[in-house]
Design a protein around this ligand. Structure first.
Ligand SMILES: Cc1cc2nc3c(=O)[nH]c(=O)nc-3n(C[C@H](O)[C@H](O)[C@H](O)COP(=O)(O)O)c2cc1C
Length: 167
């Protein structure tokens, strides 16, 4: 892509490659569903409001996991550390038992918390809005935890690849 796109000429590849220049952290959103623990990898997470304490993320309408979590009315956000690429990949596949052989523990709201994460937030589903081919999920934070860890550097996603912070 060399020319700036306009509303008329925007194509999907340009949209993806330009937006991929916005670096983010990586989280795994988990829930305790009627079929057991469930989760999916997301980069669309951000802080929204301090009073009341709200966070947001967006999930694709094709997600198999989010609708199951939404039905429980609550979810956890696990902020991944730089050494957790495998965990990100594990939760970025659709279907199957993503928790097989995985060590996890329930948080105070009962949502699965993943060991080694930089931070855990447990939320109530506050609102779900239309977001085109995604839905925008607003969560009201009910519990927070930032464990002391040896690896306190975040996993970063930038231009479709995992990175770590330098400098
Ligand atoms: C680094 C990374 C970030 C991702 N961010 C999101 C996201 O913000 N929203 C989303 O819906 N999918 C995101 N995905 C893709 C989902 O994790 C993937 O589609 C997954 O298969 C969904 O699983 P499900 O169908 O079980 O819900 C991301 C994947 C990766 C590797």
């Amino acid at each position: 892509m060399t020319e700036p796109g306009t509303a008329e000429t925007l194509d999907e590849a340009d949209f993806r490659s330009v937006l991929a220049r916005f670096a983010t952290g990586v989280v795994v959103v988990t829930g305790s569903t009627e079929d057991g623990p469930a989760g999916l990898t997301c980069q669309s997470f951000s802080s929204l409001s301090l009073d009341p304490p709200l966070v947001l993320l967006s999930t694709a309408r094709t997600s198999k996991t989010w609708p199951r979590i939404e039905r429980t009315g609550r979810f956890a956000v696990n902020v991944l550390a730089s050494g957790q690429r495998d965990l990100s990949d594990r939760f970025a596949v659709s279907g199957g038992d993503k928790f097989a052989g995985l060590d996890w523990r329930p948080g105070v709201l009962g949502n699965p918390l993943l060991p080694g994460a930089l931070a855990h937030l447990e939320c109530a589903v506050h609102a779900v809005h239309d977001g085109g081919d995604h839905v925008i999920v607003v969560g009201r934070v009910r519990a927070l935890e930032a464990p002391g860890l040896d690896d306190d550097s975040p996993l970063v996603y930038y231009r479709s690849a995992y990175r770590t912070l330098s400098g």
